[in-house]
Design a protein around this ligand. Sequence first.
Ligand code: ADP
Length: 420
Amino acid sequence: MTINKHLSTHERLLETLRTLSAELDYQTVLQSIISVASELTHSEIASILKYDDADEHLHFIAAPFFHREPIQTLRVPLEKSIAGWVFQHASPLVIQDVKGDQRFYSEVDQKVKFQTDSIVAVPLLIKGQPVGVLEAINKTSPAHYNGEDVLILETLATQAALIIENMNLEQRAVQMQAAADRLEQMKKDFIAIASHELRTPLGLILGHATFLREIADEAHYEQLDTIIRSGGKLKEIIESLSNVENFQSGAARIRMMKFSLPNLIQQTADSFQNMAKEKNIGLHMDIKDPNLLIEGDAEKIGIASDNLLKNAITFTPENGHVFIVVEQIPGYAKVSIIDDGIGIQNNDLTRIFERFYQVESHLTRQHGGMGLGLSVAKVMVELHGGKIWAESIPDKGSLFTLLLPLDRDQINAAERVFQA
Ligand code: ADP
């Protein structure tokens, strides 16, 4: 090859690589690579094969347009094929006359009605590992493939290998997303089925136990009370599960009514007095706006504040304190629940509102619960167009804030979003 010719080949190669690296569409780049490969190596055609882990064969991902149709379903084995040899040895191969070579895989020629005489093939490598093969076929001039042709293909192969790596990464990302979606669906189905199937027998157990409690003599009160109390706990868990499920399936509805938020929070606090007393925790209310009326679903707001207060007492050691502040701020009713308990690490703060998220491992945790309380509270508040968040200092305590909009339009808009 003359110096001038040599230079123009390299210029062409560089120019190709430069334009290719700016191109985003994989097929366009791969097709350009094979057309430049056949042009610069003076070959009749060129093609690119990609290794597929799933069937352990090489597949054509770029071929001249007249071969594309028949070649699409072709799989080239790693054994007894030239491309397979190049792939397995991660090394280039030049064969001037394929007829005499045992490795030649003739099925491709038969399928595309083509005759291969000579071939040069190089592996596509990513960090030294083969991911495919680039080959050029039938040298037109001069008569034989040489080291220069191998170099040209190897240069183009670097670009093709990057594309294959991107394709593999994208494929893996799609597969992982699909697996995550499947898991999410299974979780939803499980929640829907479990909460539905558990509710009926539990209702019967509680109904009959309550009836027996009424007619039983005092000697059996303790056992029956335990059954009723434990059944009640189970019922709460099932309600939490179906609350989240209803919300996610869009079945959640809010029943609007005007009610006194301070009264509702006071009732919630009263229902936790015993639990607080058992741990000698002081439960303090500070109602700054006693006449604060809001529009919303009192039952759902009740569930949210219930869960927050239960957590505040649960995660505060004996002799601690819990404060509840109810006030009006511009546009919102605000409830703050403050405790001087164990607190929450920064990296857990955003995650505690996720379904089933618990800070302690469920194997070692000392507290009951399923990691649903806060996700349910969040659902309830967001259904009203409100906001909920947590702030905390580990070992010092936590502050949970709940904002509920005073404006009915805001609540209606939130409901429309959730039902969309
Ligand atoms: P669970 O019903 O299992 O307690 P939640 O969704 O209510 O689940 O809470 C999730 C986790 O957040 C809890 O397991 C707990 O680790 C942490 N957490 C919630 N509230 C508090 C709090 N007031 N103080 C410290 N940790 C809290």
